[in-house]
Design a protein around this ligand. Sequence first.
Ligand SMILES: Cc1ncc(COP(=O)(O)O)c(C=O)c1O
Length: 457
Amino acid sequence: METAVFESSDDFSQKYYTERHKNLIAPSTLDPKLNRVIARTKGTRVWDESRKEYIDFNASVGTSGVGHCHPKMLEMLRKQLEIIDFIEPTGFNHRIRELKVAGKEYEISLVALAKTLLPLMFPDTSLSLLRMIPEVTGAQAVNAAVKLFLKANPGKYHFLGFRNAFDGRHGFSLDFTNSKPIQKQDYPSSGIVVHYLPFPDSYENLEEAKSELSNIPLKNVSAFLGEYLQGEGGFKWPVVAYMDEFLGFLRDLGIRIAIDEIQSGLGRTGKWFAWQHGTVTPDVVIAGKALGGGAVPMSAVGYNRELFNFKDTEVLETGWHSGTFPGYITAVAGGIMFLDIMKEEKVLENVILRSAELYDVLRHHSGEPDSLTDYCKRTGFGFMQGLVFRQHDSKPYPEWRNTVLKNLREAEPVGILTLPAGNDKTNPTIRFEPCLIAPESEMEYLDDTLTKVLYKK
Ligand SMILES: Cc1ncc(COP(=O)(O)O)c(C=O)c1O
């Protein structure tokens, strides 16, 4: 196991800090039950203030793709910041022509990022048909995608989404989100109307989605926007053939398609984007989280210009959509380095191998509903898999899920840090979403640790 290098000996305890946090910071974000004060991150590991070591088994909610503090990422960001710190990107283009990192030269510009990212989002589409909108967070990118559709179809305010979706917590993105009631508490609709359809992970859901579509006035519908693999909703992977049928059905009805790949994209399912497991090419792909290399916030919307009959350059006038930070140079540098590390270190190949191991580990600890004992069941795909906790009669068992989360965190010699997903009333889940570079030994360690702590209730 790696050992942490601490440069200072901080002596204020986690408890003391957590108390102060409560007195100064609004409680809306941090779950005190899960709270740990993180003092150091490196590779797939993090350390808390008491110097306890953990494996980051949720990759900071899918953000830390190539691991924490990757040396090339750090070198890139340091060098870029020494040349240009920040120039607002609405009034000026910026470019660093040749930045040398680990002996290799990089062009740092939005153009260089788009040239790499767009063909990964749409591998079968000519680059000349594609455009990128840079954004900062996932929710902002979803909002930008919705604005694109509103611009492409003026006056059409209805959209289709999935039940149990999570697409963000701001503006239009929150209209699509419906995985937990708390997310929308006291929030009025932003003005668009979202119709939520069942997620096609079963034949019944597929058929229900098709039948519900027949009750929606489609002439008012602008587009469908949804996740290919539901994250917050409980790490749900569709039946790919049913998702194909669902998206194909939308296509036949003339409905545009946007896939929210903020969590599932950029290698997490063993392909660059999860939709590439199927056959229906979306009009819009939304990426975020890992795109900033786990170090800077960066998101992006890729779209096919056909949405606008190739007149997007006339329709999307300057100033229509912009901001202080979208496409700022440090985020661009992070994105360029992240994609380069993914390719150079053959990270997709690691995800394919390791996620088969993760599958075996979680299957090993899965039970069936007809047993007399409480059981959990494997869910998800690739490096977005989980365990759903149930009582012997199949009722959801969130209390057991919470105990296991705590047991994993407190495991020795190394804790396992992860998060809940799903809804306590239907599918209380623990997510296992490792850094994309996670080694085989961490899958084995998870297996041993689950053997020790899973039934310690
Ligand atoms: C699928 C999906 N969409 C959108 C978002 C929102 O991203 P952000 O938190 O960066 O706004 C998330 C975040 O978890 C997500 O998982």
